[in-house]
Ligand binder design. Sequence first.
Ligand code: AMP
Ligand code: MG
Length: 347
Amino acid sequence: MSLITEFYRMGTDPLSDDGAMSRAAAIIREGGLVGMPTETVYGLAASALDERAAEKVYAAKGRPSDNPLIVHVAYPEEAEEIAYTSDLFYALAKRFMPGPLTVILPKKSTVPAGVTGGLDTVAVRCPAHPVAHELIRRSGVPIAAPSANRSGSPSPTTAEHVLRDMDGRIEMILDGGPCEIGLESTVIRLTEDGCEILRPGAVTEFMLAEVAGSVSVAKAVIDPALAGDKPLSPGMKYKHYSPNADVVLVDGDDARFADYVRAHITDAEAVASADSSADHFNFCNRLSCGKTANADEASRALFSILREADDRGYTRLYIQLPPAEGRYLALYNRLIRAAGGRIVHIK
Ligand code: AMP
Ligand code: MG
């Protein structure tokens, strides 16, 4: 069935777009789907208490139904409606919510099995973006929202990306401009003495350690081949973020990276680099990952660049491998998935 997708450009304050917000909230309450901006990436929002709405989410994305959805609440206390919380959850919430942190908790029976891929846990997040916050509040239900891309393609960081993937498949898209962070939330599970990072994001290991005591990083974060058939987080095992272009990750310093690109690149291919290093690549096609080389700008740009490489028909995209640590860990994790695990090491 094909729908007419309403596209609505929001102002800076969602409260001043009263009509659009009410309409979007009504769509959610009636079991429909809305593309909504968050500070991480755009989400495909549906009522988390409605199994049929969850089915529509999986169908619109073309997503395997054993890969569970993150449930979004307007305030951390609203997690009580869907999950069994703990002191550690509230300690984390006090520091990181609203924000880009998702916590896996034991689920209550209010959440249908279709939302959590049959798991007895539920992933809970409290987004900071004012439009997402207002949509959850007005809908009056927790909102299940995976990234609003077709399964396998890069997550959307603009409303235009959502429109490309979801036009005719969902009722409405709220355009809140480009996403501030650009990579999906940090996903953690709570352990006896702290927590484990299942998916790295803008809330880093170091930041979590200030609140959670012992923090570990799941092996599959660094090496997707280690996820196995029954991973802690089902999303770990799926191919992700892959553009049609071949992503070639080059592990070497700035000079070696530039040399490698010069030796290999063709007219049908492109390099991704910060504008500050544009001079090194004036002989080839280049996509910009921000003004200067830093984790925040590169994270914000990554998914847009992967889509742009395809729009321009490049067959291959050369990217310098960032360190697998700190603010760069999330970027590293998305890049090795986009590259299918292949890395060129030049030492
Ligand atoms: P996305 O919806 O695209 O942001 O992806 C959500 C991620 O959270 C996926 O990698 C899921 O596998 C993971 N996730 C969601 N719910 C759970 C859960 N209950 N247990 C473990 N991982 C989860
Ligand atoms: Mg996703």
